[in-house]
Design a protein around this ligand. Structure first.
Ligand code: FES
Ligand SMILES: [Fe+2]
Length: 345
């Protein structure tokens, strides 16, 4: 059997693993107003109540289907623009102006959302929320400063864009990197996998020899993936690591919408005021390099992984880890994963 015939989910449009997906910028959702939002086939209404919490419900009113983004936020509730039915903060129908009793009127289906790094994230998995929004592993538990970087669209599936960060062959060919990377693979959970470079800085010339002094052992380059769609990169010398989160999501027509998030440690006082903006700007340059580096390839690629070789080991580990992840069973309206015919090789 050819390798690509074993791949049922990776890079396949319609498969959405359980996870957090970025939805909107936090600053787009002002208190007391309702907004439409869409993730694949899911139409949502989002609003920020008087308690500052963002809530997300199915967009259309169960009475006659008006879009609730045209309605009114009242406290932490929302009122439909059409016949003024009101739904409370849990989506329960709490008022029908034309009649006294509410009875068992259907409410709004609620969706789990969370704010982090200046983005609103939507949970696509089962009800029980056991996972956190992606993190920078090295900075867990440390106060952070973050800033949203670039926003981009790529003409292929998010999984394919994500390969880029561990595709050792292309670092040499496309980016002319003179360092040979070799990735140690560590699956952290069923949905999270980490790739860390283990090769040292080569001493090929005086500049590299000098740069090597800033790395105790291997050249630091680490990528941690969640659900094959969002990844956090750590790169840089021992005294100064740069951190970028790439938050990607699929579109119905097989494209990728991405957002980079620049992260650094919170620094106190003048240090924080002066140094952090410079560091975050430098991080943005690193992020843009990753995000824009292969634009032409991602415009025309028709992803079909037919002939993996030994140098692709990290990619194969990534693909196989992803193949074992659960579909978001909550969203039955997603297209089913297209069946591929099995051909014996
Ligand atoms: S459509 Fe919403 S109250 Fe009638
Ligand atoms: Fe690249």
């Amino acid at each position: 059997m050819a390798y690509f015939e074993k791949i049922k989910k990776f890079g396949v449009n319609g498969f959405v693993p359980e996870g957090w997906y970025w939805l909107m910028r936090s600053d787009e959702v002002k208190r007391g107003k309702a907004y439409p939002a869409k993730f694949l086939t899911i139409d949502l209404v989002l609003y920020r109540g008087e308690d500052d919490q963002v809530r997300a419900f199915d967009a259309h009113c169960p009475h006659m289907g008006a879009h609730l983004c045209d309605g009114f936020v009242e406290g932490n509730s929302i009122r439909c623009p059409f016949h003024f039915w009101k739904y409370d903060e849990l989506g329960k129908c709490s008022e029908i102006p034309a009649q006294k009793e509410i009875g068992n009127m259907p409410g709004l289906k609620s969706h789990k959302v969370r704010e982090a790094y200046g983005l609103i994230w939507l949970w696509t998995g089962h009800e029980e929320d056991t996972e956190q929004v992606p993190v920078v592993p090295e900075l867990v538990g440390i106060p952070l400063d973050s800033k949203l970087g670039s926003n981009f669209v790529k003409n292929c599936h998010p999984n394919v864009v994500m390969i880029n960060a561990i595709d050792i062959q292309h670092f040499r060919s496309v980016h002319q990197l003179i360092v040979d990377l070799d990735m140690k693979v560590t699956p952290l959970t069923d949905r999270c996998i980490q790739f860390s470079n283990i090769t040292p800085m080569p001493e090929k010339n005086a500049i590299l020899k000098f740069a090597k002094k800033f790395y105790k052992s291997a050249l630091t380059y680490e990528m941690t993936y969640w659900w094959g769609h969002t990844g956090s990169v750590m790169v840089g010398p021992d005294f100064l690591h740069f951190y970028i989160i790439f938050a990607l999501r699929p579109t119905l027509d097989g494209k990728t919408e991405g957002q980079t998030i620049l992260v650094t440690k919170k620094r106190k006082g003048l240090m924080g005021l002066l140094v952090n903006p410079i560091l975050l700007f430098a991080t943005k340059l690193v992020g843009d390099y990753f995000a824009k580096g292969d634009t032409i390839i991602f415009t025309r690629i028709n992803f079909k992984y037919q002939t993996p070789i030994r140098a692709d080991k990290a990619i194969i580990d990534f693909v196989e880890h992803y193949e074992r992840q659960n579909e978001a069973t909550k969203y039955s309206q997603f297209q089913a994963v297209p069946k591929k015919e099995t051909v014996n090789s």
